[in-house]
Design a protein around this ligand. Structure first.
Ligand code: HEM
Length: 259
């Protein structure tokens, strides 16, 4: 083989070398998405303890501040946890950005395909992109505020933030975006990686879709009820903003026993 042929064949094999980066980015997107979706289920369940009463939410807050382990509250634990979630949230958004339509022309082509195909998964992808875009802004505001005010989480402090500090409209939009984005994301993950896939792919798709609707309805209802509860407490507490919740005697006794 001549030198020229040799160098041509080398550059050819370099050109056709498999680039693992797109697959790696896809994996990072799936893994961070899965983490965030599961985190949101936990988050919604913990935040919704307000529906069981002020003491229940207070106890959960103190638990996350480490009071029942160290005998004293450390809001810094919450700050660090939020910072970790925030970093994963940013990483997820960063790798997802490459899938956004890059120009008005691309957007128009996509919309046209969506109209022509009338395939529900193509339409769901569009909703996911849109809700993801909304979350860039609303999610960042919430995470930054919670990260820098981790000592101000509790039945009164949270309700004051929702009503007197005007977070209610932001939370309502964020809740809608998160619930649709998260459940569509999980559905797409199941389809993509074939988790829990049975023998009949069509039947599996139907099953995933039903599960997606049930999960969205459940967390949306829970979220709206939770928001309504914080709004109710926040309105009643409007002229005492800044006052912190004092737990009932039985919780205080328990805390005293630990300290
Ligand atoms: C470790 C991270 C997080 C912590 C500690 C946290 C904490 C809280 C707390 C304490 C509330 C009650 C209201 C308040 O105190 O302001 C709340 C509400 C809310 N959070 Fe988070 N949050 C975190 C991450 C997230 C993320 C990543 C999202 C979505 C992007 C999110 C979405 C929401 C929504 C939608 C509400 C309103 C829920 C409702 O009232 O129905 N949170 N969060």
């Amino acid at each position: 083989m001549s030198e020229l042929e040799k160098s041509e064949s080398e550059s050819g094999s370099r050109r056709h070398k498999f680039d693992p980066m797109p697959a790696k980015l896809d994996f990072v997107q799936s893994a961070t998405g899965l983490f965030l979706a599961l985190f949101m289920w936990g988050h919604m369940l913990f935040v919704s303890t307000i529906l069981l009463g002020n003491d229940a939410m207070y106890t959960v807050t103190k638990f996350f501040e480490g009071e029942y382990i160290f005998g004293k509250s450390y809001p810094a634990i919450v700050t660090i946890s939020v910072a970790i979630v925030f970093a994963i949230f940013i990483l997820h958004a960063l790798v997802a950005m490459r899938k956004f339509p890059g120009s008005y022309r691309e957007y128009r082509i996509y919309k046209q395909h969506m109209k022509q195909m009338k395939h529900s998964d193509t339409t769901l992808w569009f909703y996911q992109i849109m809700t993801g875009f909304v979350m860039f802004f609303l999610g960042s505001v919430h995470l930054y505020i919670i990260m820098t005010n981790s000592g101000d989480i509790g039945p009164y402090a949270s309700a004051d933030r929702v009503v007197s500090q005007w977070m209610a409209p932001l939370y309502l939009l964020l809740l809608l975006a998160v619930e649709f984005h998260g459940s569509i994301g999980l559905y797409r993950l199941m389809m993509k990686w074939g988790w829990l896939e049975g023998k009949d792919p069509k039947a599996s798709r139907k099953r995933y879709k039903r599960a997606k609707y049930i999960i969205t309805a459940f967390f949306l209802t829970l979220g709206l009820l939770t928001l309504a509860a914080y709004i109710k407490i926040g309105i009643a507490h409007q002229d005492k903003v800044g006052e912190r919740y004092t737990p009932t005697a039985s919780i205080q006794q328990y805390e005293g026993g630990i300290a």
